[in-house]
Design a protein around this ligand. Structure first.
Ligand code: SAM
Ligand code: SF4
Length: 343
């Protein structure tokens, strides 16, 4: 019988996933847990969120299966995220498996760098080189106020280790009004001798507590203007079409910096991403609601075929932009947290 999904605008061409707006979806952000050992105040409330029950989290075997199917469908880049990925004790088993997966060209991890230390050597051996570290302040007090935990030294130590051991490190720094704007220039000063990219992100209204804002002070233009006051001599770099960051190089600095307009959403036209949460929700736009869930499918007989079909169905009805997707929510109220969605 003809598959109904194959009649619609999206297609699985060879091993490419093309959405209903002609965008090639080759990048999966895979959340492996919604738990975290920090409580960043822009991400979740101090008491945490209503974390998923353990049996609703995809097991490592299930995460392997889902990854394999998606890679066979055309995903060639997987970013492991969470929650904090390294909170999951069995994470490295998944990493070992992914590093052997034919067709997967790029594996990366987004982490708060508190628990990565014991795994750095093995990550290197596996060739998993791309590590994004979330660090929103270089000042201990500010760091502790934002993360609500005392992990500054560990993060600092692990970050320096990752950089000096040659990992491709990108620092994610969310600019938060009234909290860390005084650190924007100092973090560039501190990192000037290191070959890292410091990426400044606009804050998004996902903190697990019905955050609602229609505007932000620190949008990408304000961030760039602020940097340019101290560093007027910078050059805009060519970036890949699907990049979410606009990238720059300051004269005399070893690394680069970038700005991610995650709130302004200027990058939707080239969006190549698919998100799967730790409980198996398929999210085709950060600002929208989950489109389907893979957990039940993966636990059923015939799971491979059903998962393939569910993925094709999901990418056949993607919103064109995050603004359109946002309309699924009442007003601009988001009650979800990035620890569930994976950023
Ligand atoms: N725990 C890991 C970490 O912090 O890197 C991975 C998960 S975290 C949810 C993924 C990314 O989402 C981080 O870079 C974090 O800074 C970002 N994030 C969380 N809440 C955000 C918000 N409200 N606005 C913008 N980015 C956010
Ligand atoms: Fe944890 Fe990352 Fe959220 Fe911070 S941003 S609370 S480290 S999941």
């Amino acid at each position: 019988m003809e598959n109904g999904y194959l009649n619609s605008a999206k297609k699985e061409i060879g091993n490419m996933l093309i959405d209903n707006h002609g965008r090639n979806i080759n990048y999966l952000r895979l959340a492996v847990t919604d738990r975290c050992n920090l409580r960043c105040n822009y991400c979740m409330p101090s008491e945490g969120i209503d974390f998923a029950k353990t049996d609703t989290l995809l097991s490592i075997a299930e995460l392997k299966q889902v990854s394999e199917i998606l890679v066979s469908q055309g995903i060639d880049k997987i970013r492991i995220t969470g929650g904090e990925p390294f909170v999951r004790k069995d994470l490295m088993e998944l990493m070992r498996h992914l590093s052997q997966l034919e067709g997967l060209k790029d594996i990366s991890v987004t982490t708060n760098a508190t628990l990565i230390g014991p795994h750095i050597d093995e990550l290197k051996e596996l060739g998993i080189n791309n590590i994004n570290v979330s660090l929103d302040s270089i000042n201990r007090e500010t760091f502790e106020r934002i993360t609500r935990r005392k992990q500054f030294d560990t993060v600092h130590e692990n970050l320096i280790r990752l950089i000096t051991e040659g990992f491709n490190v990108r620092i994610n720094f969310i600019v938060l009004e009234g909290q860390n704007e005084q650190d924007i220039v100092p973090i560039l000063d501190v990192m000037r001798h290191y070959d890292v990219s410091v990426r400044f992100l606009e804050e998004m209204p996902f903190n697990g507590g019905s955050k609602n804002f229609s505007d932000i002070k620190w949008n990408y233009k304000a961030i760039l203007d602020h940097i340019a006051e101290t560093y007027p001599h910078y050059t805009k770099l060519e970036s890949p079409k699907t990049s979410t960051s606009i990238n720059y190089k300051i004269d005399g600095h070893a690394g680069t910096f970038g700005i991610i307009p995650s709130f302004s959403r200027t990058f939707c036209g080239t969006c190549n991403r698919l998100r799967i949460t730790a409980t198996g929700d398929v999210v085709t736009c950060l600002y929208g609601k989950p489109v389907t869930n893979l957990r039940k499918l993966v636990r059923e007989h015939n799971s491979e075929e059903n998962i393939r079909e569910a993925i094709l169905g999901a990418i056949s009805k993607r919103f064109k932009t995050g603004f359109e997707a946002q309309e699924e929510h009442s007003a601009t109220v988001f009650d979800s947290s990035m620890t569930s969605i994976g950023g």
